[in-house]
Design a protein around this ligand. Sequence first.
Ligand SMILES: [Zn+2]
Length: 358
Amino acid sequence: MNPAKFLLLFPFLVFIPFLTIGQEISYYDLNTSSQDLKNFFLSSNEYFSGGTDDLPYFQGKIDNKYIKFYNSTGVIAIIDFKDKNQYLELVRQIQENAFFQYKVCTDPNSNITYNYRTALGNAFRFNFNEMRISLEFPSEINNLLDKHSYLQKGFVCISEDAYAFHTNIQCEGLGNCTSDIAKTNLREAKNYGYKYCEICTDDSYSKQLLKESLGYYDNSNHSNYQISDIDLTFVKKYESEYMFQEICETEPLKSDLKRQFGAELYDKFINYIAVQGPLEINNNKALLSSCMAHACGIYMSSLFINFGNNTYYAGLLNDEEVYVISNNINFNSQDWSTFPDEFAEWTRDALKDANSNK
Ligand SMILES: [Zn+2]
C-alpha cells in the first residue's frame, strides 16, 4: 500500500489543534473496570443517562457524544463521537498508553480495525473510518478466548519464501504475494512455520501520522536541537518592508519551517503569503500575517518572532484546518498559556475562520 492510499484510510485526519468542547474523556477514565466506568458517567452531571443499571447508555450534554454498554462475551462500551478532535485525541492517548496487538481485516472491502490492549486487559478497537471507539472489558470468557488465540483467523501466502501470518487481508505484505492466498488460523499457520506479520502488528505509521496531524511534538526530535541555532536577527533588516515571503525563504528559518511543517504544508505556507503589511518591530517582537489574494479568512499564514529569545511561532490557516508550530521547546499547541499574546490572537481568529469555512 502506498502512503497516498493509506491517507485515504484516515478521512478524519483533518486537524484543528484545540479541543474547543470541554467534555473530553481520557484514556485514564476508560482504563478501569466496566462498573467503575458506569459509575463515572452516572456521577457526572455532564451526561444524560438511560437504559438499565446493567446496560446503561449516556449522552454528553455539551458534545452529544454517545456511550452505550452492551453484553457480548464480556461487557462492551461503544463510544460514538460527534467531535473529530475528541475522537482523534482519545485515539492518540490509546496509541500512547496501550499495547498495540494487530490490525484486523478479513474482507478487502471493509475497514481495518486497530486493536489495542491495556495492562488491565481492556481491549480498545477503532478504525479510522468512523468516529467510534469500542472498549471491551475482560471477562472469564474473553480470558479463555485469549488463551485460545491460536484459533485467531488470518491469511498466508502459499509460497515457499512466504513466512508471514497476516491478520489484515489488505496488508501490503500480502499484496506482494504472487501465488494463492489461503485463509487459516494461527495454530495451523504456526505448524507450517509462519510467524505474525510485522506490518500487521505494527501501528507506528498511523501513530506518527496522527501525532503530526494533532500538532504534537515528538520531544525526541528535539534532543539534538539547539534553539540558539536559529538566529532570527537577520529578519530585523527588513523592518518597514513587505518581505514576509523572503524572510520565510531565508536560512536558517526556511529549513526549520520546512522541518516542522513538512514540505507540503510549508509550500502552502509560502503560497498563502500575498496580501500583507510591512514588518513592524515593537518591543523586540514582530508579527507578520498574510493571506492569499481574494481568499482572506480561507488561506492565511502568520509568523510571530520574539527577537529577545530567538523564538518564532508560525501559523497556517488552510480552509478548515489550522496548523501551529514553534521552535520554542516549551510551546504546546494544546495550551494557550504557551502562546505569545499576539500569536494567540491570530490563532483564535484563524480557528473562527476555519469553523465558519466548514
Ligand atoms: Zn501483514
